[in-house]
Design a protein around this ligand. Structure first.
Ligand SMILES: [Zn+2]
Length: 72
């Protein structure tokens, strides 16, 4: 089982959040603290959907996975 770590950091305004997998297989979610709290919450949900939907293990086109993550 993996862990999900969520951290707030300052990112360029274009980037709402991003997720990386570390060498232990844990997910590290970074959310842009320059955005409003509401947008940060939405971005967190979006990144967690990517993890739940196994988007880091599939080979679907990025646009497909982005739409699928937004559908939640
Ligand atoms: Zn996304």
């Amino acid at each position: 089982m993996y862990d999900i770590f969520i951290r707030g950091i300052e990112l360029p305004l274009k980037v709402k959040g991003l997720t990386t997998i570390d060498s232990d297989g844990n997910y590290n979610v970074y959310i842009n603290t320059k955005l409003s709290i509401a947008t940060q919450k939405k971005a967190t949900k979006h990144e967690i959907r990517h993890i739940e939907l196994n988007h880091f293990d599939d080979f679907n086109p990025v646009i497909h996975n982005e739409l699928e993550a937004n559908a939640g």
